[in-house]
Ligand binder design. Structure first.
Ligand code: ADP
Length: 259
């Protein structure tokens, strides 16, 4: 069965459920959450086939986070084969062009590139496709949200006021196009000193919970600012795989997506 949606929404062949991971600005950990959520969903239920689409055309980070490189092969019917690591099928503009090339693209080119990455890829069969959205709430994000039969959106934020304001904008955008907001993930919520155990709320305190209450959305989990997460991610070893015991806050998320 394929994901059904509103009339203007085009399903992706062989893909049952699509959810997107969004953020108002870059650098808040959206891709880190997308990757670890995909892995946690697959780890939770080994029968699930899971994929990640890197729709962050201007700053594709899935190749690095998933330790993948090279160009996709073509199938007999000229579809691109996703690259696979840790059992997750991945597609990213980073496999196709030099990062600098995409930097000069305008909105329409970005949209058609994302459309290609979604529809000219041999995803089937997939139970879950996690879409790592481009940061922001502009035209590109709006048209992805409108054109895909999304089961829901997860918003990633830091506790900073400026990032939280983006969650408000993101929630408004998704609600406008009838995409359920599954909740928000508060990343870099607290720093725990590895030497003395002192906790410091570097980017602020409680803001995410207050805003979530006001918007009527759930805080799905809070992830600490942790050197370990950064080092593992940047060396292509997602923390859910490399340190399953230490990644409970992320694993909790895997129970959340709607089936
Ligand atoms: P985005 O997709 O929002 O641009 P990324 O997921 O690429 O953000 O993360 C940006 C940088 O922050 C990466 O180097 C990543 O390893 C690091 N990072 C993300 N979350 C954490 C965290 N909780 N603790 C430490 N570093 C983190």
């Amino acid at each position: 069965m394929m994901a059904k949606g509103l009339p203007h929404q085009q399903p992706i062949e062989g893909v049952k459920n699509i959810i997107c991971i969004a953020s108002g600005k870059g650098g808040v950990g959206k891709s880190t959450v997308a990757v670890n959520l995909a892995l946690a969903v697959a780890a939770d239920n080994p029968k699930f086939k899971v994929g990640i689409l890197d729709a962050d055309i201007y700053g594709p980070s899935i190749p690095k986070l998933m330790n993948l490189s090279g160009e996709p092969l073509l199938t007999a019917d000229k579809k691109m084969e996703p690259l696979v690591n840790y059992g997750i099928k991945c597609m990213s503009m980073g496999f196709l062009v030099d990062e600098a090339a995409a930097m000069v693209w305008r909105g329409l080119m970005v949209m058609s590139a994302i459309d290609r990455l979604l529809r000219q890829v041999d995803w089937a069969p997939l139970d879950w496709l996690i879409v790592d959205m481009p940061p922001g709430t502009g035209d590109v994000q709006l048209s992805i949200s409108q054109n895909l039969p999304l089961k829901g959106a997860v918003l990633v934020t830091t506790p900073q006021d400026i990032a939280l304001a983006d969650v408000r904008r993101g929630t408004t955008m998704f609600r406008k196009v009838h995409v359920p907001v599954l909740g928000m993930v508060e990343n870099m919520s607290v720093f725990v000193c590895p030497k003395c155990g002192h906790t410091e709320h570097i980017f602020g305190h409680d803001g995410a919970h207050t805003l979530a209450e006001e918007l009527g959305i759930e805080v799905l989990g809070s992830i600490p600012l942790d050197k370990h997460i950064c080092e593992l991610s940047d060396s292509g070893q997602p923390v859910v795989i490399a340190d399953p015991e230490g990644s409970q806050p992320i694993a909790i998320l895997s129970g959340q997506p709607v089936a």
